[in-house]
Ligand binder design. Structure first.
Ligand code: SF4
Length: 348
């Protein structure tokens, strides 16, 4: 069993990634933030976000004392915003219950908001150099090929089997290097298409390579048909070109972020507008249509702008603000919303 881990460790020290920002001055805190950012996002996209985040929130204390808006604004553009909400919740728990440190216990790590089994394993091994299995997307691919596991990766039985293998292959020492190595192997050599088997450190015992099945494994999960949804956005704009935004509730898509007034039907926009701004006078101008993809569905948004006199105080049961591109930096807004505000501002 140790042949695999020894080979991975040796390979990582020479060929792995060792100069990513979270690997320089490695600490459980920096590992935690990087692991959460990397969950749905590529390394290159994460780097500037990680650096900016660490500059603003260098310690768990500083993070725990920050406002939700401040944290969300640092996540703006990364997507999957529940991750940022959970980071703030966890930071507060760490400050109150763990002396502002991440706990050196797999069980305690797993109990924190937004930290699942694999992320807990990554923090434990990379941050504390302790023995723990991980099973992220890259590792699933490496192990299902290495051990020729052919089940559906979305099924619990297959995942349990892979967790077992991940546990069995753990080394006796160099835990952090091993975890980094198996992640690097999946990200850089054992890639989805055209894996670099010829230069792979575990090629001799890799069953998928031996049986010429690297293109078949892991089994492809049949992709579900994506849902499409049409929405209507209303953007009230004042005389100074500021636009009106409302803050969404914490749960759901774009939860906790500032967005436009949204309806499922065009007719509802006027009613909502009237109830909020207490006026019938309105000429809604269609600004454009945009398309945006979420993880499980796509939306087509019909964007309407209404120009207002002065800066009226709307009747709203949710938090609201008037804002412009400059002020956008300090609040959390999804990328498509940010782009639209900038465009509207340019068009006057
Ligand atoms: S030999 Fe090829 S398929 Fe097997 S682990 Fe290495 S890169 Fe992946």
């Amino acid at each position: 069993m140790r042949t695999f881990s020894n080979s991975v460790i040796k390979w990582q020290k020479v060929n792995g990634r060792n100069d990513l920002p979270w690997q320089i001055y490695r600490s459980p805190y920096r590992v935690w933030i990087s692991e959460i950012m990397l969950q749905q996002t590529q390394v290159n996209a994460v780097i500037p976000y990680f650096n900016a985040f660490m500059k603003s929130f260098p310690t768990i204390d500083k993070l725990a004392e920050s406002s939700k808006d401040d944290v969300m604004s640092h996540w703006s553009g990364l997507g999957y915003y529940a991750r940022a909400r959970n980071i703030l919740k966890t930071a507060i728990i760490l400050k109150n219950n763990y002396s502002s440190e991440l706990p050196c216990s797999l069980l305690d790590l797993k109990a924190l908001p937004g930290i699942g089994r694999s992320t807990a394993g990554a923090i434990y091994s990379l941050g504390f150099n302790k023995s723990a299995a991980i099973l992220d997307g890259n590792v699933k691919r490496v192990l299902s090929r290495y051990k020729r596991i052919s089940g559906d990766l979305t099924k619990t039985a297959t995942l349990n089997k892979l967790w077992e293998i991940s546990d069995e292959l753990l080394p006796k020492k160099d835990h952090g290097t091993y975890t980094q190595g198996i992640m690097d192997l999946g990200a850089t050599l054992c890639t989805r298409t055209s894996p670099g088997c010829l230069i792979c450190p575990v090629k001799k015992k890799c069953l998928a390579r031996i049986h010429n099945e690297t293109t078949l494994l892991p089994n492809r999960t049949p992709s579900k048909k994506r849902r499409k949804k049409e929405v209507f956005w209303l953007i009230p704009k004042d005389e100074d070109n500021n636009v009106y935004l409302e803050k969404r509730e914490d749960s759901g898509i774009w939860g906790g972020l500032w967005t436009f007034i949204e309806c499922d039907e065009k007719e509802s926009l006027k009613k909502i507008y009237k109830s909020k701004f207490n006026t019938d006078q309105s000429s809604f101008k269609k600004f454009k249509e945009i398309e945006h993809s979420f993880s499980h569905y796509d939306i087509k948004a019909n964007v309407f702008v209404v120009s207002l006199k002065g800066k009226p105080n709307p009747q709203s049961n949710v938090e609201s603000i008037w804002t412009n591109p400059k002020e956008l930096q300090s609040i959390g807004t999804p990328t498509p919303i940010k782009k639209l505000i900038t465009e509207i501002n340019k068009n006057g």
